[in-house]
Write a protein that binds this ligand. Structure first.
Ligand code: CA
Length: 266
């Protein structure tokens, strides 16, 4: 009888241990997937130039500013939000593939994809003021008020001095599955860096201090079948109007630009 009790005790301890292990595994798996995924409401829909291969998008003082790509078609534009009309345009030389843009003070900064050259323009006149160089590819750019923040298609973001354009720091972006690569168009929104992930409908919300993705936005379903009746490319382009707390998104060759409101998962 005592042997049976002893065996039962060992069995009980074994089963309890199993439960503890399973519990720990459950908690771990919950923690590894607990990055909130935001959905969205469309607040307003505006026309967008189907010919604009959007690589950079900014909103400032009532107007959109857009940088477009492709060799021989790259531009910098000032666009009327409500109509999508191009109010001002500067064409890049044919050898440059335009990428992200940001507005810093009275200047617009525009990256190029593989030329390692950035352009600095007068915000009002679009006059080219200077060029600067960087060693990586150029994808997206934004700023946090004191530093330019640049993506290069990898999981690394680069901080640049906005006066000298020297690199002053880097940030490795990761979520619970490891590095988050293909970070593209950027926008600094209320203390977080928002980044389109190239070839997905997702936007990463990144903590600038750590590089950790603290939230995802799933922007799937923005375009209708009719919107896709002519070729469209991927989601790309986030602009934020801090004054009115409005968030805008669009994509390359998309016929529409959307003002959206994010919905917390819980
Ligand atoms: Ca942007």
């Amino acid at each position: 009888m005592s042997k049976v009790i002893f065996t039962n005790r060992r069995l009980t301890i074994f089963i309890l241990g199993l439960f503890v292990l399973l519990g720990a595994a459950f908690v771990f798996s919950c923690n590894s997937d607990n990055i909130p995924v935001y959905s969205y409401n469309v607040v307003n829909t505006y026309p967008h130039d189907r010919g604009a291969f959007t690589e950079g998008l900014v909103f400032e003082d009532g107007f959109l500013y857009e940088g477009t790509g492709l060799l021989g078609q790259s531009t910098l534009r000032k666009v009327e939000l409500e109509t999508g009309d191009i109010l001002q345009i500067r064409e890049l030389s044919d050898q440059f593939f335009g990428e992200g843009i940001t507005i810093y003070g009275d200047k617009i900064i525009q990256l190029t994809w593989q030329s390692h050259i950035g352009f600095v323009y007068n915000k009002s006149s679009f006059e080219l003021l200077r060029e600067f160089n960087y060693s990586t590819e150029g994808w997206g750019i934004t700023h946090d008020g004191t530093r330019l923040i640049m993506s290069d298609g990898t999981s690394t973001l680069h901080f640049l001095d906005p006066q000298t354009f020297e690199e002053i720091g880097q940030l490795e972006v990761f979520d619970n599955h490891g590095p988050v690569t293909r970070l593209n168009e950027l926008e600094y929104v209320q203390g977080e860096i928002y980044a389109n992930v190239w070839q997905t409908d997702r936007v990463a919300m990144i903590a600038p201090e750590t590089g950790r993705v603290v939230g995802w936005v799933d922007l799937g379903g923005l375009l209708t079948t009719e919107d896709r009746s002519e070729p469209v490319d991927v989601l790309n382009g986030i602009a934020y109007d801090a004054k009115t707390d409005r968030l805008f998104v669009t994509g390359k060759l998309w016929p529409k630009l959307f003002e959206i409101q994010l919905i917390s998962p819980g």
